[in-house]
Write a protein that binds this ligand. Structure first.
Ligand code: SAM
Length: 306
């Protein structure tokens, strides 16, 4: 059932997975073996062991994660908002079927409840079997409530409130497209407690500038503080990865290094990527990304008649 474009063999018999996210630019991973290659109800799921990046998960030809650097993504999208906020108890994850994000969130003892809304049960079933090194059986944590549903529908109909909403989604293609809309973001805002934070997977601005601009434009019409912070994940080729940031508490992005170090110590986190210093630096944007954010904020202000 494999798509010939994704999985190929070269003249020397070596096996390759080629990612097809960017039309004019592709990355290929040499593979040791393909563990799984099948269509789930929503997507084609490929899982393989690669020579350089370890276990690799791809959906519809787009690399979702590799074990070599997943911490650079999961730790930043989880620990930056949780330690910036300081009193997070209730969390909603939209997407995140591999379990990597939930595992990071549940490291915090202060978390009382984590609701995870994943559209594709096939991804979770698969993760349970083949990604234990990533999720460390967090699916069995009594604080975790798993909901198989479209995140868009869940956000539109849910009534409970959260301190933090994390959108750990695929890119704005296929089932993930609805998670980059104004309506969805507005519903996420409605689910936040006062001072709550919405953070989103927002791609690599070098290739996906329009995606970030769209999110910041919509966040700026919903939140007092709308922007992004950054990480770098070698698997997501193209340099900085942008993580959307939306909150009405404008002080949260400026929590002091001293307070972050204290909270980090108190949380007793053992991290491979996140540090309080890196957290502080993550909100410093290179000029070309700053321009994307400023343009989006300006356009939002003009649209609001500012
Ligand atoms: N870190 C990855 C990235 O940056 O590309 C994302 C990983 S995670 C596997 C993405 C998850 O979002 C997938 O399991 C996919 O099924 C889920 N997803 C996509 N669209 C969704 C939707 N509308 N509602 C809920 N989950 C969705």
């Amino acid at each position: 059932m494999s798509d010939p474009d994704y999985l190929t063999r070269d003249a020397r018999g070596r096996h390759w997975f080629t990612e097809t996210l960017h039309g004019d630019f592709r990355t290929s991973y040499e593979l040791k073996q393909v563990l799984f290659d099948s269509a789930t109800p929503h997507q084609r799921l490929i899982v393989a062991d690669s020579v350089r990046f370890g276990r690799l998960v791809a959906l519809d030809g787009v690399t979702q994660l590799t074990m070599a650097d997943e911490s650079a993504y999961h730790e930043m999208l989880a620990h930056v908002p949780i330690l910036a906020h300081g009193r997070v108890e209730d969390v909603l994850i939209i997407g995140g079927g591999d379990g990597g994000m939930a595992e990071e969130v549940l490291k915090h003892n202060g978390i009382r409840r984590l609701v995870m809304v994943e559209i594709d049960a096939g991804v979770i079933d698969f993760a349970r079997q083949h990604l234990a090194e990533l999720h460390r059986n967090c699916f069995d944590d009594p604080r975790l409530e798993l909901v198989i549903a479209d995140g868009k529908d869940y956000a539109a109909s849910a009534g409970e409130k959260f301190d933090l909403v994390i959108v750990d989604s695929t890119d704005p293609i296929g089932p993930g497209e609805v998670l980059f809309t104004r309506e969805f973001y507005a519903d996420c805002k409605r689910l936040l407690k006062p001072g709550g934070i919405l953070v989103t997977q927002n791609g690599v601005p070098f290739f996906q500038a329009a995606e970030l601009r769209n999110t910041v434009f919509n966040f700026a019409r919903l939140f007092a503080d709308a922007g992004c912070f950054l990480t770098v994940v070698p698997t997501y080729v193209g340099g900085f990865m942008a993580l959307g940031w939306g909150t009405d508490d404008e002080a949260l992005r400026a929590v002091s290094l001293g307070d972050l170090e204290q909270r980090f110590q108190a949380a007793g986190l053992d991290t491979r990527h996140y540090t309080p210093e890196l957290h502080k630096g993550a909100f410093a944007l290179p000029r070309f990304i700053e321009e994307i954010v400023e343009t989006a904020r300006r356009e939002a202000a003009q649209r609001q008649g500012g």
